[in-house]
Design a protein around this ligand. Structure first.
Ligand code: J9Q
Length: 274
């Protein structure tokens, strides 16, 4: 896979030299290059931004440096297929980046990340880029960053670790793919007592059936507590009786293969006078 990142702060992308991504580059599994947007300016001040038409706070990134930079990274794809490269534009106004999207993007030949700063990039760049790229404005979540660089670090790691040969032990990838949309169960290691706190005894029992069931129930308990939105999406068709009981104890009933939060008990348990 080839990845190009364009930014006015190329040093911000230094972590891409390290660890798993750095190793994938050394091993020739990934051809990743970071480009300085200012190298594509033509004026003496190397300016990349200007005031917004229509007024308002902040600055907008100018169109021409972006067009020159993006043309440069899209050019010279001699061995390329007829597929357009995908241009990912980190933006709080983008589609939400998910694990499913990481899998989808890991199948592409070339990804280009355009890191915006200030109030964003002149919208005409996005329109123009549609002629040369598949454009995907993409958000990590509903919070405000100063620019796209940190979002690119997160998305790149999520995508690159899915490339064949990048994660040394592919068992961890297989286990993740089995994690059917629930949060993970809690984990423990030695010592079995630490500062007066015990490891849950079932984990020391050697009863693998009971351990698997306990872990499953802990997944339900955590997900109900922290991410009830995930339980609404969960496929609850063909669940074992023990799982349905555990979910029932958490206040969830199975209706048409989906989980439904049981309505809260109304006060004194006596039906209202009608
Ligand atoms: C570029 N807030 O925030 C969340 N995901 C992406 C972003 C973002 C931002 C500002 C600029 C990306």
């Amino acid at each position: 896979m080839r990845i190009d990142v364009v930014s006015i702060f190329p040093e911000y992308l230094a972590p891409l030299e390290l660890s798993l991504i750095g190793k994938a580059r050394q091993d020739g599994l990934l051809d990743l290059n970071v480009h300085d947007l200012r190298d594509f300016t033509t004026d003496k001040h190397r300016s990349v931004d200007d005031t917004p038409y229509g007024g308002g706070a902040g600055m907008v990134m100018k169109a021409e440096p972006w067009a020159l930079a993006l043309s440069s990274v899209a050019a010279g794809r001699e061995d390329a297929t007829d597929r357009k490269p995908v241009l990912i534009v980190p933006s709080p106004a983008g589609e939400r980046f998910t694990q499913a999207l990481a899998h989808e993007l890991a199948e592409e030949d070339q990804l280009v990340f355009a890191c915006g700063r200030y109030e964003g990039i002149d919208e005409r760049v996005i329109e123009w880029a549609e002629e040369h790229f598949t454009v995907r404005p993409m958000s990590l979540g509903d919070y405000v960053l100063n620019g796209g660089e940190v979002a690119v670090l997160a998305m790149t790691e999520a995508i690159v670790r899915l490339l064949p040969g990048v994660v040394g032990n592919p068992e961890s990838l297989i286990e993740e793919s089995h994690s059917d949309g629930l949060l993970e169960y809690p984990v423990y290691t030695k010592p079995s007592t630490w500062r007066d706190r015990e490891v849950p005894p079932v984990l020391l029992s050697g009863n693998h059936g009971k351990i698997a069931q306990w872990r499953r129930h802990e997944q339900y308990r955590r997900t109900a507590e922290r991410r009830p939105d995930l339980l609404a999406e969960f496929d609850a068709g063909k669940l074992p009786r023990a799982d349905r009981t555990a979910l029932g104890d958490l206040g969830y009933d199975v209706v048409d293969g989906h989980l439904r939060l049981r309505p809260a008990e109304g006060g004194n348990g006596t039906p209202a006078e009608g």
